[in-house]
Write a protein that binds this ligand. Structure first.
Ligand SMILES: Cc1ncc(COP(=O)(O)O)c(C=O)c1O
Length: 425
């Protein structure tokens, strides 16, 4: 459930009116509901309770330090893909034993940082990377924990840019190389096999991929163990989708509305039996959602700068654009856009566009839009994942502020980037 509701035509985040928060902190502004992301974590964590498990938040979705600290306190781990994310996770208080390190192009300094930190495992994406980890660990007289990220060639039929488990994708190791590598790792001096990993892609809205990947990983686990490897974990990746369309029913949503595309309990109920049929209980199941934990907890507030009609088409020009939320431009992703204060009047079809000098800079195209005028505030829904974390300084625009609401209190978690920092070296 997300905790954005309408009360007498005004959008609220938990107990606070969004308009008042925007008046205090300006726009564009990312606003997060703490209750939403905490409840999402608890729901997913509880769903996996039948088996020893670890939820590892994929930091790439949102690495706001306060959100990370909250997840750390709740017992969440981290899926990191860079030394920067590793540092953020550690600084937030996530213990190294709850951190797994993925990424198709880990640099030597990143591998060394992971070894020195004592992370739970590197999710290794190629044979070449495995050799480098072995060599770097050897030079330090250490043994690095490695898990193989396998490419199962499963197509989730999502957007091609966020599908990662098909044979043609750059991620992971071919299944038919797995058996040879199980033996190679067993016989290597400076790597120790700790697990298996797969990640099919993002925004999964059907159940079937979860038991399917469970089945593939269960067979591989059997082979890895038969080859003499002990498995500390099996990491099934992330991918659980969020609700983007009809995230809110305009005017009608006075109660919290669902924000996950599938109930976590159904995922666990179909995945775990397939995955764990022959597993010993000391093998932890890792699930690494990013989007599902934070997408619905966040909205991007933007102000209408101008409205205009060009050749019969209505445009709302707003102060947020692709630099703040690139998903519509990058993936043609849909985000519902709702008024922060509803005004009476006719709806009309049109585009919501940003101020960036690119025609690809839009937040919505050919959308039924509520009545609006200069100065009105709009909320771009379901913006908590891959929103701020994908923001940029293009057109020399400072990154937006981030505010977290907790009940009736708010915290300015990250101030708007100062203009001076754009030319600081
Ligand atoms: C290895 C890995 N794990 C987890 C995730 C998180 O995916 P999602 O945000 O869809 O849950 C990603 C996303 O790219 C990923 O690459």
């Amino acid at each position: 459930m997300h905790h954005f509701t309408y009360r007498q035509n005004q959008l609220f985040c938990e107990e606070l009116p969004v308009a008042a928060i925007a008046a205090q902190h300006g726009t564009p502004l990312y606003l997060y509901s703490r209750r939403t992301y905490r409840e999402n974590f608890q729901r997913i964590d509880q769903a996996f309770a039948p088996w020893p498990h670890q939820i590892c938040f994929a930091l790439k979705a949102n690495s706001n330090p306060q959100i990370l600290r909250d997840f750390a306190e709740l017992g969440c781990g981290a899926d990191v893909v860079s030394v920067g994310e590793l540092q953020l996770a550690l600084q937030a208080g996530i213990p190294p034993q709850r951190i797994v390190f993925a990424g198709v192009g880990k640099r030597d300094d990143e591998i060394i940082a992971g070894i020195e930190a004592g992370i739970r495992g590197f999710n290794v994406e190629s044979e070449a990377e495995l050799a480098v980890i072995n060599e770097l660990a050897g030079r330090r007289k250490k043994i690095a924990p490695v898990s193989l990220r396998l490419n199962p060639d499963i197509d989730i039929h999502g957007h091609p840019y966020i599908s990662t488990g098909r044979a043609a994708d750059k991620f992971g190791i071919e299944l038919n190389r797995a058996h040879a590598l199980f033996a190679e790792i067993r016989d290597s001096r400076h790597v120790r096999m700790v697990g298996l990993h797969a990640h099919l892609g993002s925004q999964i809205t059907d159940l079937w991929p979860f038991p399917k990947i469970g089945e593939v990983l269960a067979n591989l686990a059997q082979a890895a163990r038969a080859a003499g490897n002990h498995l500390d974990y099996i990491d099934v990746g992330g991918g659980l989708g969020a609700i983007y369309e009809r995230a809110m029913k305009i005017a009608a949503d006075t109660e919290p509305a669902p924000d996950l595309a599938l109930p976590p309990a159904e995922i666990a109920n179909t995945l775990l039996p397939a995955l764990t049929r022959d597993l010993p209980k000391d093998c932890t199941v890792i699930f690494e959602p990013g989007r599902a934990l934070v997408a619905g907890c966040g909205i991007l507030i933007t102000q209408v700068l101008y409205t205009k009609i060009t050749r019969g088409k209505f445009f709302a020009v707003v102060d947020a654009g692709m630099t703040d939320l690139i998903r519509p431009s990058l993936y043609n992703a849909y985000h519902q856009i709702v008024p922060v204060i509803q005004r009476p009047g006719e709806w009309q079809s049109g585009d919501v566009v940003g101020p960036i000098c690119e025609s690809g800079d839009f937040l919505a195209k050919d959308r039924e839009l509520p009545p609006m005028q200069r100065g009105d505030l709009l909320a771009v829904m379901t913006a908590g994942a891959y929103g701020f974390s994908l923001s940029s300084n293009y057109n020399a625009r400072p990154r937006p502020a981030e505010v977290i609401v907790d009940g009736a209190t708010m915290l300015l978690s990250r101030p708007r980037q100062k203009l001076e920092t754009l030319w600081a070296t």
